[in-house]
Write a protein that binds this ligand. Structure first.
Ligand SMILES: [Zn+2]
Length: 425
């Protein structure tokens, strides 16, 4: 593109942005998320189909609540993605599949020495696992400062300490560690007396996304809601769950290059997950995916989804790259009228070429989302002991719930997302 046309397109964009502000929808787009939640109801076996069918409007309508919540808390955004390629290469065996283990591995625990030096005691690259049993302190500066040649700690004991003392701080601003308790633990394990008044922990893991761990946690929370027969939670968790499961099926939710910013393809996120399905799902996609089945190993089930999504990443990027180099630039982006507003977006023909070259990938991932969501709901109900729902199936959102949704919506409309954005901004 020559300099002049670049400038003129820039000016046009400025003009459009100023004259009619357009919010591009994140993730599968409102359209995709709602469709996934809605269609999942039809995968359900007879036992719970009636219950979900009765509440299908709620489940559909609230499919995008988690995106709205991103504007209310910084802890929300990380639930929608995992930059798995930040941690290594496929199949990422080095990334623990269990949440506590991942945190144990990557959370830095350090002390401040009387001289004011920070000495890292635990955390990635500070220790290594040997024999599946012991943690070996490998950071040389730590050994030097503690005047030791080697230090070993029983891995199980550290995990227990971490789970009881450190992990509960996850939602706090600072991860404070009870210094006396830590010193006692360290002394018991190693015979080393730590001279410090301050021990602190820093989470270096969750900022790169916690999507698969969140799915496992959602499975447990929904099961609990069924056990309690708490209809408010059953419905809101069911709707939220659909959102996160949908996100997990999107290849660009599993990479640091989540919007093509590292490969000069900015905007590809919304192109793949919003633009393509919005254009073609209604006419061409088949959402009848069969009956939901029981998930015997949720951890494996959800990790498989994420790894499969990631395996599509190369195609998602390379196909668009090659198309963008072969199709004229003025055939790639077009002005389009949407609800009375002019937007500048990928042309329909360009989207069709992309979709065709992906050979049904977007449809497949949407179908897989629908199926997985049905399985997730069904499994929660079974694991809760198949409670009879006939007595609790009348639900009117109470005032507090409605107020919360309204507030989140208001923040969503005007606000800046806390944490990283995903989408076509
Ligand atoms: Zn999302």
């Amino acid at each position: 593109m020559n300099h002049f046309s670049k400038v003129s397109i820039f000016l046009l964009l400025v003009l459009i942005t100023c004259s009619s502000f357009v919010v591009l929808s994140p993730d599968w787009g409102f359209f995709g998320h709602r469709r996934i939640n809605r269609m999942a109801v039809f995968t359900l076996p007879q036992d719970i189909f009636g219950f979900y069918k009765k509440h299908i409007e709620f489940i559909t309508e609230h499919a995008v609540d988690p995106d709205k919540r991103r504007y209310a808390t910084k802890h929300e955004a990380v639930r929608h993605y995992i930059d798995i390629d930040h941690w290594g290469t496929f199949p990422f065996d080095n990334v623990p599949r269990d949440w506590t283990s991942a945190l144990v591995k990557y959370t830095e625990v350090s002390m401040v020495s009387p001289k004011g030096d920070t000495i890292q005691l635990f955390g990635d690259k500070a220790v290594e696992l040997i024999d599946d049993e012991f943690l070996n302190v490998t950071r040389k500066s730590t050994l030097r400062k503690l005047k030791k040649e080697s230090i070993q700690i029983d891995q199980k004991n550290y995990r227990t300490f971490f789970k009881d003392q450190i992990q509960p701080n996850f939602y706090e601003e600072d991860w404070l560690v009870d210094t006396e308790a830590f010193k006692a633990f360290y002394y018991d394990e190693t015979g080393v007396e730590l001279k410090t008044e301050t021990v602190f922990a820093k989470d270096h893991f969750s900022e790169y996304g916690i999507l698969p761990y969140n799915l496992i946690s959602m499975q447990n929370r929904l099961t609990k809601a069924f056990e309690d027969k708490n209809i408010k939670y059953i419905l809101s968790l069911s709707a939220d769950f659909g959102h996160y499961i949908g996100d997990a099926h999107v290849p660009l939710h599993t990479t640091e290059n989540y919007n093509g910013q590292l490969t000069d393809q900015v905007g590809i996120h919304a192109f793949w997950e919003s633009r393509v399905p919005e254009l073609f799902a209604d006419k061409n996609y088949d959402f009848f995916v069969g009956k939901a089945t029981y998930i015997s190993d949720p951890q494996e089930f959800y990790w498989d989804i994420v790894l499969k999504s990631h395996s599509y990443l190369d195609s998602v990027l390379l196909v668009e790259k090659s198309l963008s180099e072969t199709i004229a630039e003025d055939k790639q982006f077009c002005f389009e009228d949407r609800l009375g507003k002019t937007i500048y977006t990928q042309c329909e023909d360009y989207a069709k070429a992309y979709s065709d070259r992906l050979d049904g990938m977007v449809e497949d991932r949407m179908r897989a989302s629908v199926y997985a969501l049905g399985c997730a709901w069904y499994t929660a109900w079974i694991d809760a002991g198949k409670p009879d729902l006939s007595g609790i199936d009348k639900f009117k959102p109470d005032e507090a719930f409605q107020k919360q949704i309204k507030e989140e919506e208001a923040m969503f409309k005007k606000g800046e997302a806390k944490g990283r954005k995903h989408g076509g901004e």
